[in-house]
Design a protein around this ligand. Structure first.
Ligand SMILES: [Zn+2]
Length: 382
């Protein structure tokens, strides 16, 4: 007997899997595969290299061209250090809100799509479900999922990425380029600066360069850009180094993310950073030949920019009844789908303001709006 779930029941099931990006998502994927199989839908998995994670895709309805992909990520951000009023992995409903990690970003959208699978029996064109892993740590799982979909499925008319947009139609996001810098210094007593090389002081120069570069981007910001802020940002999010105030630090590491406007190359900023880092490293080596700067790229996620007459944008406008669209500053998998040649739009329930927060929630009204959106899509394709 095939199990049926209301959207809220499905959300409870999905949130109960603590699929924080650093941990396995296989239990959730297994649950979804079993559920889909009960409804006669075969799920296909695309494993991660470590074997602890998997993307899942599945075709509901006939295996023909012209279908629509509903895309979501299964991973959530950690709850470490956050002050939650209730268990983050149990959905709590109160005052028109559903609380729980991932309710908004973005198990809400996935729950709606899955709960409606039993209602997809009359589809003439398919709905493809595409669930990824590791979105929150740099969209690392999606590329192999998108390759599989593009290769294995009949061509699709649109990809809808259900990130929380408060059901607004989103046609752009910035690119995201993440890298780690490791500065290797040389230890000496801090009074002996001419013999030591402080990795912390060198890192300070490099971090300052990021700020200067961003100021330059802000000054050249294009007018009327639909992004807030309307320029490329360069940000150092974490830094660690040194052991004592009176020792020149032997090591300092920091993480940088560059969020570039579509059409602007994040790699170009990165290359300029690398060049400056080499200048700094040359000065360091003048004092001690064993010092240096190593840089490692962690993620390179393309930007996304769709035009108003793209098939996916037109479809999302029809399904939501909206005429306008906007762009968002946060990264998503839309650019990766677009790069693979798909027509893409971002539209999903919940507000990005509640994503990643303690006591993350989705308003039940938004959840219902997400449900209506997928119901209309089903009607449209039936
Ligand atoms: Zn998300």
């Amino acid at each position: 007997m095939a199990r049926q779930y209301t959207p809220v029941e499905m959300l409870r099931e999905l949130v109960a899997f603590p699929t924080v990006s650093r941990d396995s998502n296989l239990a959730l994927v297994d649950f979804v595969s079993t559920y889909l199989a009960e409804h006669g839908v075969e799920a296909r998995l695309v494993q991660s290299d470590c074997g602890q994670k998997a993307n899942l895709y599945a075709t509901v309805g006939p295996n023909v061209e012209g279908g629509v992909v509903l895309s979501g990520h299964t991973d959530v951000v950690p709850v470490d250090g956050q002050d939650w009023s209730s268990d983050p992995f149990q959905v709590v409903e109160a005052e028109g809100k559903l609380y729980g990690r991932g309710t908004c970003d973005m198990k809400g959208f996935i729950a709606v799509a899955l709960a409606l699978v039993p209602r997809m029996g009359d589809l003439k064109q398919p709905i493809h479900l595409a669930l990824s892993y590791d979105e929150e740590v740099g969209c690392l799982g999606a590329p192999r999922l998108i390759r599989a979909i593009t290769r294995e499925l009949p061509s699709v008319r649109a990809v809808i990425v259900g990130e929380p947009t408060s059901m607004q139609v989103v046609t752009g996001h910035k690119s995201m380029f993440i890298f780690e810098t490791r500065v290797r210094g040389f230890e000496a007593h801090s009074s002996q600066q001419h013999r030591g090389v402080s990795a912390v002081m060198a890192a300070g120069r490099l971090v300052n360069w990021l700020g200067e570069r961003q100021r330059g981007c802000a000054e050249r910001a294009p007018a009327n850009a639909s992004f807030e802020p309307s320029y490329t940002t360069l940000h150092c999010g974490t830094i660690a180094g040194g052991t004592a105030h009176n020792i020149t630090a032997s090591e300092c590491r920091f993480m940088t993310d560059v969020r570039a406007l579509p059409g602007e190359s994040a790699a170009e900023h990165f290359q300029a950073f690398e060049a400056f880092a080499q200048e700094v490293a040359a000065e360091m080596r003048d004092v001690n030949a064993g010092t240096g700067v190593d840089i490692e790229v962690r993620a390179d996620v393309p930007g996304f920019e769709a035009s108003e007459d793209d098939a996916a944008v037109v479809l999302a406008k029809q399904l939501t009844g909206q005429n306008d669209s906007r762009a968002v500053p946060y990264g998503a998998e839309a650019g990766q789908f677009q790069q693979a040649g798909h027509s893409v739009v971002i539209c999903g329930p919940g507000s990005i303001d509640q994503a990643h927060q303690p006591d993350e929630y989705i308003e039940t009204a938004q959840f219902a709006a997400g449900n209506r959106f997928v119901e209309r899509l089903i009607a449209r394709l039936s």
